[in-house]
Design a protein around this ligand. Structure first.
Ligand code: S3P
Length: 433
């Protein structure tokens, strides 16, 4: 990676060229959002290097700025003058979360404990996504909340205040909702406990523990916190494991590929896709080389291999990678079933429907289910694909084009600016001529 990148509006890929060499990915989006929020509520100056450069993380910065937090670019870093919870001030206008569900949900939890009024808005896609999952539990702690569609969708309003700790039994495992409730719990009287039906990504717990917050994990599904504030910190954000997944699948399915992805977050809750691909026959090595705020960091090496179909049970550790795993399935021999992944339908697009449409364009047999897809692997042929305004569908389409026969075009490719504006440039840098 070097310099700021602009996502092209359309991408053309000619199938057949392998991926070779080494690549350093932009910073992990999930860690970047959290680092900015934790820096804002710490009392003092923090420095974050290698932040994700996409529009989602920029949305978090815009919203924090609206709460009075000073964020200043400092070379390749961002310097944040944290205000502590009590220094945040009532915003004078709406807080625009753009396309970022992570920003809206986490901020709702943060604002629940602030004694002022805030309105959170988003783009069309974000305004269609479910918000009760975060609004109901913060209301149970004492915040006054509302939203469009009877309180279900954005725009949402939060009038925060004194909170009391509550034991939350969540219906859906969600790293975003869990983080929101931890942020509320850090401002509440008594203990806040969050119990999930299955473990979700644990960046928040690892990072806050490394920043001096007492945070208990009585079981993998349960987190418990009391009042507290993180200390200011310095952090270099490791590479994004979900962005890495596109290149990992690309190298698996394109004969002759041999690629190393450097300094990626190897948080076990984020690299479940490596196990799925290995089960499909992939040749992938993962080596931990260091640690950043409680997060293991290291390299992922991958070589092309013949893949075969498998059964994939969706869970939070692979939910964002399912579009590109569906592409791997399209090139695998036999049938792949993705199930227990109903959450796919409420992401940036309805990914069950959008993946079905795009795989069908590639000539692959696909059936949809309410909780997933059945994909009959074969020999995809180049096609004209669409992003549906969804960054991960755009990048999955580009990866399919790498190994499809002939030429593939992905329209609406500018959507990649959400998480990875430099994707097209980085892909070109590892495409062997
Ligand atoms: C995220 C959690 C996941 C994931 C999203 C980022 C996070 O969402 O899909 O891209 O950073 O905690 P859910 O919490 O809705 O599962």
């Amino acid at each position: 990676m070097s310099g700021p990148a602009t996502a092209p509006s359309e991408l053309h890929v000619v199938g057949g060229a392998p991926l070779r060499g080494r690549l350093r990915l932009p910073g992990c989006k999930g860690i970047s959002h959290r680092a900015l929020i934790f820096a804002a509520i710490a009392d003092g100056r923090s420095t974050v290097r290698g932040l994700a450069d996409g529009a989602d993380v920029a949305s978090t910065m815009t919203v924090l700025d609206g709460l009075g937090v000073k964020l200043r670019p400092d070379g390749d870093a961002v310097s944040v003058r944290g205000l502590g919870f009590d220094g945040l001030r009532e915003p004078t206008s709406v807080l625009d979360c753009g396309n970022s569900g992570t920003t809206m949900r986490m901020l709702a939890g943060l604002l629940a404990g602030r004694d002022f009024f805030a309105v959170l808005v988003g783009d069309e896609s974000l305004s269609a996504r479910p918000m009760r999952r975060v609004l109901d539990p913060i209301a149970a702690m004492g915040a006054r909340v509302d939203g469009r569609d009877g309180g279900a969708r954005a725009p949402i309003t939060v009038r925060g205040g004194s909170l009391r700790g509550v034991r939350h039994q969540l219906a859906t495992a969600s790293g975003q909702v869990k983080t929101a409730l931890i942020l509320a719990g850090l401002q509440a009287e008594g203990t806040t406990e969050i119990v999930e039906p299955a473990p979700s990504r644990d960046h928040t717990e690892r990072m806050l523990a490394a920043l001096g917050v007492e945070i208990d994990r009585p079981s993998p599904e349960t987190v418990s916190v009391a009042r507290g504030e993180p200390m200011p910190f310095e952090l270099t954000v490791p590479g994004d494991p979900s962005s890495a997944a596109f290149f990992v699948v690309g190298a698996c399915i394109t004969p002759g590929s041999d690629l190393v992805l450097e300094a990626v977050s190897l948080n076990p809750a984020r690299i479940g896709y490596v196990d799925v691909l290995r089960r499909m026959g992939a040749e992938i090595d993962v080596v931990v080389t260091g640690e950043q705020v409680g997060e293991p960091v290291g390299d992922i090496s991958v070589r092309a291999a013949e893949l075969h179909g498998t059964d994939i049970a969706g869970d939070e550790s692979i939910i964002d990678e399912l579009p590109v795993l569906a592409v791997a399935a399209a090139f695998a021999e036999g049938t792949t079933t993705i199930h227990s992944a109903a959450e796919l339908a409420v992401k940036e697009s309805n990914r069950i429907g959008t993946m079905e449409q795009e795989l069908t364009q590639l000539g692959i047999g696909v059936e949809t289910r309410p909780d997933g897809l059945v994909i009959r692997g074969g020999a995809p042929r180049g096609a004209s694909l669409k992003s549906h305004g969804d960054h991960r569908i755009a990048m999955a389409g580009a990866i399919a084009g790498l190994a499809a026969e002939g030429e593939t075009t992905v329209r609406g490719f500018a959507a990649t600016a959400i998480s990875y504006p430099g994707f097209a440039r980085d892909l070109a840098s590892v495409l062997a001529q």
